[in-house]
Ligand binder design. Structure first.
Ligand code: UDX
Length: 469
């Protein structure tokens, strides 16, 4: 099939590379000439395991092309995909300006009937707006061929995107046109073997399905983080509780890992956008607002633990941070918990020594050179001479450090672990003061602080207001 994809961001590139691999002719269109140039010269603008190789394969076979010239690309198009960004606007709503701009281009340049699939995450009703804009432009020039607009949301996870595309759990298509449905069945046949994963539904249901999926996953994370905080205050261990509840098949083990909050390009943005869309539609989505609030608080948890452990004064302290990306296998630092931690530490007068296996360049790009941030070449180097270690991302290379060496590196054997990588008992035996998320050690920490005299049995004023905790 001849497919044109607008937008060479994350979804556009992964989709185009995978569709080209199975034999389609795919042309990627973007208004960013530098990006298109980079792609033509074999440079992949995003970090995704396996993607550069797949893009190279597509370019070499001639099945994958990159251009800024949409008019020429559209001449042979059978199916058009829109995969441009939908950034948040001031109130958190998804801004569909770029999606509608593509719709206008299509209306002006199409010379024949095609199916348009909207892959960008868009608020319910956006595909209808896309169809209206295309129609308006077609009518202006008296073109009367039909253009079908379908919703085809994407459920890729960063770091596992190629696998997710090639072996999807489901392929959601919102369209009631039998002809468009046939086209999607053909397009996705190579990814839909053995078991039928194609799900046809109404356009609006498909649009909402994407938001609902991300909002539910985010809700699970905020829920378990809330329980983790309860566990911490009551001397229970969330890791035991997690396993205890996860073994109920109705709950399951996925997405109930407590941590320092969810980040990335989807969950935070989509939860806010869904709440904003509901609000604009006259419905107050209180649960979604709370999912977001819990997450914001959770992102500050590590800082509060550190502040408490240093008696409320972090001035002049150096904190080592392991992991900057919002999760492993990506260099993406959008809404990453590490950012909240670093920014709070800087505001409190502390310095940071950080290491991440792939996100160092991103970090340099975001924060530039500054005295309060030292980017190190290894985890050990980051820990060297630091007053404490904070773990923000569960990269595999952090799972089994040489604890004796680590203890020697750190000025104080103090670890705040935002990903619960280690067993508290074991860490205690190794001589560390170890503080995870929800591991029932809040009480133990108080004891420790009391014995060290930095928190005098509840008399001392808390360094931060209770509401912040
Ligand atoms: C997510 C969805 O999973 C994907 O289907 C959608 O298309 C895009 O958004 P992604 O943002 O790549 O994908 O990351 P994901 O692996 O889902 O993790 C999101 C965040 O949740 C990360 O910050 C991760 O650390 C956190 N998380 C995940 C938890 O804190 N606990 C968990 O149990 C699972």
């Amino acid at each position: 099939m001849n497919v044109i994809i607008f937008g060479v961001g994350y979804v556009g590139l992964v989709t185009s590379a995978c569709l080209a691999q199975v034999g389609n002719r795919v042309t990627c269109v973007d208004i960013d000439a530098t990006r298109i140039d980079d792609l033509r010269n074999g440079r992949c603008p995003i970090f995704e395991p396996g993607l550069p190789e797949l893009l190279r394969e597509g370019t070499q076979t001639g099945r994958l092309q990159f251009t800024t010239d949409s008019a020429i690309a559209l001449e042979k198009a059978e199916l058009v995909m829109i995969a441009v960004g939908t950034p948040p606007d001031e109130d958190g709503s998804a801004d569909v300006r770029h999606v509608l701009a593509v719709a206008r281009t299509l209306g002006r340049q199409l010379r024949h009937s095609v199916t348009v699939a909207v892959k960008s995450t868009v608020p319910v009703g956006s595909c209808d707006r896309v169809a209206a804009v295309i129609r308006e432009e077609l009518d202006k020039r008296g073109a009367n061929f039909p253009v079908e607009v379908a919703s085809n949301p994407e459920f890729l996870k960063e770091g596992a995107a190629l696998k997710d595309f090639n072996k999807p759990d489901r392929i959601v298509v919102g369209s009631d046109s039998p002809q468009a449905q046939r086209q999607f069945r053909t397009l996705y046949a190579p990814f839909n073997r053995n078991r039928d994963r194609l799900m046809f539904m109404s356009v609006r249901s498909a649009e909402l399905t994407k938001y609902a999926a991300n909002a539910l996953l985010a809700t699970r994370i905020s829920f378990i983080n809330e329980i983790a905080n309860i566990a911490e205050h009551m001397g229970a261990d969330i890791e035991e509780v997690r396993q205890g509840i996860g073994s109920d098949p109705r709950i399951g083990h996925h997405f109930i890992y407590p941590g320092c909050g969810y980040g990335g390009s989807c969950f935070p943005k989509d939860v806010r956008a869904l709440a904003a869309a509901a609000r604009n539609g006259g419905y107050r989505a209180g649960l979604l607002a709370e999912v977001e609030n819990v997450n914001q608080r959770q992102k500050r948890t590590m800082f509060h633990k550190l502040a408490e452990l240093f008696g409320g004064d972090l001035r002049g302290r150096t904190i080592a941070i392991w992991g900057l990306a919002f999760k492993p296998e990506t260099d993406d630092m959008r809404e990453a918990p590490s950012r909240e931690l670093m920014e709070q530490l800087w505001r409190a007068g502390a310095r940071v020594r950080a290491y991440d296996p792939v996100a160092m360049a991103q970090c340099r790009r975001i924060y530039g050179e500054r005295e309060s941030l030292v980017l190190c070449d290894s985890a050990e180097e980051a820990a060297d001479g630091a007053d404490a270690l904070a773990i923000c991302t569960e990269w595999r290379c952090f799972w089994a450090p040489d604890f004796a060496e680590l203890k020697q590196c750190l000025r104080r054997p103090l670890i705040v672990d935002g990903r619960n990588l280690f067993q508290p008992d074991y860490m205690r035996d190794q001589g560390f003061s170890y503080h995870g998320i929800g591991r029932g050690e809040s009480l133990a920490r108080r004891e420790l602080l009391r014995s060290e005299g930095s928190l005098s049995a509840g008399k001392k004023k808390r360094p931060f207001p209770a509401a912040e905790r």
